[in-house]
Design a protein around this ligand. Structure first.
Ligand code: TYD
Length: 142
């Protein structure tokens, strides 16, 4: 299912339902085309895997980077915090779903051992775009 709401480039994190093609007999394909299924041009893809069970990663925000996370295997729990310290909790346990996290949102991500997380990203890697201190994140204005 693809709803128009999926493409809204809002300032709120939200779940994207990707298209599901296939059947239980053959298996499934989900697909993300830039700007059709993600609300930005995809400039980078990275993936995280073989984490210890329940390990937590993230603990940063980005200044200008938007991204969509997909648990293509396993389960990941994500806490997203905005600059007003409003928290939103998401569970990704279905490879047809993604979580859109806009820029200027803090994220804390917990992985099951079997989790493989793909991240579709609007920018190439740039450490200068990271905010790794929570107080600095809350006060970041630009
Ligand atoms: P980081 O984004 O901090 O991972 P996490 O928040 O999941 O712990 O990245 C960890 C390290 O990997 C950091 O030293 C930068 C490096 N890295 C790259 O070189 N390129 C990339 O595209 C990414 C995502 C990370």
């Amino acid at each position: 299912m693809i709803g128009n709401q999926n493409l809204l480039k809002t300032n709120s994190p939200h779940i994207i339902d990707f298209q599901v093609i296939g059947s239980s007999e053959l298996g499934y394909i989900s697909v993300a085309e830039a700007q059709r299924h993600t609300p930005f041009e995809i400039k980078r893809v990275y993936w995280i895997y073989y984490t210890p069970n329940n390990v937590q990663r993230g603990f940063h925000a980005h200044k200008e980077l938007d991204q969509v996370l997909v648990a293509v295997s396993g389960i990941i729990h994500i806490k997203v915090i905005d600059q007003d310290e409003k928290e939103s909790l998401f569970v990704l346990d279905d490879p047809s779903k993604g979580l859109y996290i806009p820029r200027k949102h803090w994220r804390e991500i917990s992985f099951s051992h079997s989790a493989v997380m793909i991240s579709l990203v609007s920018q190439i890697y740039n450490e200068q775009d990271y905010i790794r201190d929570f107080d600095e994140f809350k006060n970041y204005k630009e």
